[in-house]
Design a binder for this molecule. Structure first.
Ligand SMILES: [Zn+2]
Length: 79
């Protein structure tokens, strides 16, 4: 299990869709169980989406939506 600090260290990597499959799984596992990190990731994603809305590119938006969907799925699985 990653620490909160490790999650924060890898946050931009995670949000950009980079990093190894293993790292992303570890990050998702932590975020799904840690309310604090979930809020940070969620807030950051929403900020990124606002920024992405101003860009003419569709890729960041699509990536953001996919991540959000996946996170929502993870969270729903906990309930
Ligand atoms: Zn955490």
């Amino acid at each position: 299990m990653l620490t909160c600090q490790e999650v924060l260290d890898n946050l931009s990597c995670y949000l950009d869709g980079e990093g190894s499959e293993e790292l992303r799984r570890e990050l998702e596992r932590h975020i799904a169980r840690c309310a604090q990190c979930f809020v940070i990731v969620d807030t950051t994603k929403q900020s990124l989406r606002i920024i992405a809305d101003c860009e003419p590119f569709e890729v960041p938006l699509a990536t953001s939506a996919r991540l959000y969907e996946r996170l929502a799925h993870f969270f729903a699985g906990l309930l």
